[in-house]
Design a protein around this ligand. Sequence first.
Ligand SMILES: CC(C)(COP(=O)(O)OP(=O)(O)OC[C@H]1O[C@@H](n2cnc3c(N)ncnc32)[C@H](O)[C@@H]1OP(=O)(O)O)[C@@H](O)C(=O)NCCC(=O)NCCS
Length: 204
Amino acid sequence: MSEENVTKNFTIDGVTLRPGTVEDVPAMLRLMDIATAWLVKKGQTGQWGTERHSTNPDRIKQATELAESGGTWIAVDNNYSPPKLGGEDEELSVINGIVGAITLGQANHYVQPATEPELYVKYLASDRASSGKGIGTLLLEKARALAREAGVSLLRLDCYAGGSGGLVRYYESQGFKRMETFEAKGWPGQVLIQRLDKEDEADS
Ligand SMILES: CC(C)(COP(=O)(O)OP(=O)(O)OC[C@H]1O[C@@H](n2cnc3c(N)ncnc32)[C@H](O)[C@@H]1OP(=O)(O)O)[C@@H](O)C(=O)NCCC(=O)NCCS
C-alpha cells in the first residue's frame, strides 16, 4: 500500500461522524437512491438496478437491520444547506445533512467466512454532490480505527465486480486487496481485504 492510501487522522471541514440509529434509515436509503440515479445516468444498472430503494420493502428491512445493528456510523455535513430543487430532484437530495454512512459488522452470508476475527463493511455510501471530498475515506478510516480499537487486524468487504470495475478500483485506491470473486444470483461480486496489523509493511 502506498503512503497516500494511509489516511490516519483524516478530517473534512464541517463533517462529523456519529453513531447511526433507526431514525437514520430514510437517510441511508436516500443515499442509495442518489447513488442509483447516478449509476443509471451512467448506464451502470448492474449494481443496484434502476428502482428507488426507499420504497422497496426488502431494502427498508435491510437498512433497518443495519441501523439497528449498532455498527452504523453517519457522516453529517454541519454546513449543509438544502438546495431549493423541488420535484424529483428534491427527492434525490440528502436528508438532515447526512452525506454518508457506513455499517460494520459480520460478513455477509454469501461470502466465505473469515478464518480470524474481522470487521466487515456491510454498507457504504456517500452523497454524489459531495463526491471528491473524501467522505468514503473518512468513513473507511473510522472502520480502521474501530477495528484497531477492538484488536481486530482484518477489514473485509465485498462489492459489485461488474461493469467497468470502477468500484473495485475505488477500494484498491483505499488500500484494499482483491481476494476471491463470487456470483450471487447472477450478481458478480469481489471480496477485498485490508490488513491492519502490519502498518510498517503497509507503508512499503
Ligand atoms: C463508494 C463511495 C462510498 C466512495 O465515496 P467517496 O470516497 O466520497 O468517493 P467518490 O464518490 O468521490 O468516488 C470515488 C471514485 O469511485 C468511483 N465510484 C464510486 N462508486 C462507484 C460505483 N458504484 N461504480 C463505479 N465507480 C464508482 C467514482 O466514480 C470515483 O471515480 P473517479 O475518482 O474516477 O471519479 C461512493 O462513491 C458511493 O456512494 N458510491 C455509490 C454507492 C456504492 O457503490 N457504494 C459501495 C457499495 S459496496
